[in-house]
Design a protein. Structure first.
Length: 289
């Protein structure tokens, strides 16, 4: 499949094409590293799974393993396995393939609307709203003198999701040792009312900054030359029935542990009206080369 233009739309990137026998083909997108962004293959796999499930069921969880680096110059084929179609739940497995080898696995569960008990944790009260915060492009420009040239160039590429870090603590800027970070984010484009698309884009966005959280206690950045980082596994739980990613969402991230060359990161995602709409957990590679 032809690659998309540098100013791609998420609606284009995630519009996987149906082949035969529950296989789908994902659009390609150029990368400065030559590797496929993990959030992209995750979101495309989730869209492929969603296309095989009835519209009255929404994905409520997806568990993902990154197996091999994806090559952004090669097509990705997504093979969907229909493991369950029950009255209330459907379950799907997706294997993403390049050169007939798996690069990524997804297991997703879909559920129809159901009543039940409700509670949630509170959103912190001291979070500044996104309106007056600088986004990552503006922060890269502000700190261009301290950024490596290849990092500054990468940050100035078009990004389909706008991210505004709290306290200007962007994932590419060194900060004091701490166990947490927070950002606001939203899709730049106006999106259609498509439940599966909004959830896939949310999954895409959860991989943008989460892994960098486990480096903060060590004053380490993912771009440091002596450091190796990569996502290993990544889970998203979707709580709300109606999630809109073209509206601002708050992403609170923390890291409870690192060790054995791995770092564990967690995330909670809130709307501006303080509703908890999703939770995230990720373990990634984080070690000195």
């Amino acid at each position: 499949m032809k690659g998309l233009s540098p100013t791609y739309l998420l609606t284009e990137l995630l519009d996987v094409n149906a082949l035969e026998n529950d296989e789908f083909l994902g659009h390609r997108l150029a990368s400065s590293t030559g590797r496929v962004f993990g959030g992209q293959v995750l979101a495309q796999a989730l869209m492929a799974a969603s296309k095989t499930v009835s519209a009255d069921k929404r994905v409520h969880s997806c568990h993902n393993y990154f197996i091999r680096p994806g090559d952004c110059e090669e097509d990705i084929v997504f093979k969907v396995h229909r493991d369950l179609d029950g009255r209330n739940f459907s379950n799907r497995r997706v294997v993403a393939l390049q050169h007939n080898k798996p690069i990524f696995n997804l297991i997703a569960s879909f559920q129809g609307t159901s009543d039940g008990y409700q509670h949630q944790i509170d959103m912190p009260v001291d979070i500044p709203p996104p309106d007056n915060l600088l986004n990552e492009n503006a922060l890269a420009e502000k700190h261009k003198d301290v950024l490596p040239k290849h990092v500054y160039s990468m940050l100035n590429r078009y990004r389909s999701v706008e991210v505004r870090p709290i306290n200007e603590e962007a994932h590419f800027l060194r900060s004091d040792k701490k166990l947490s970070q927070a950002t606001w984010f939203r899709a730049k484009e106006a999106l259609p009312s498509n439940t599966a698309l909004h959830r896939a884009i949310l999954a895409y966005a959860t991989d943008l900054t989460l892994l960098s959280t486990s480096g903060r206690p060590h004053e380490m950045l993912w771009m440091d030359e002596n450091v190796a980082t990569a996502s290993i596994d990544h889970t998203v739980w979707f709580h709300a029935n109606d999630i809109k990613v073209d509206q601002w969402l708050l992403y609170l991230m923390d890291t409870p542990w690192t060790g054995n060359g791995r770092g564990l990161n967690r995330g909670s995602i809130f709307t501006q009206s303080e509703e908890l709409v999703a939770s995230v957990a990720q373990e990634g590679l984080i070690r000195v080369k």
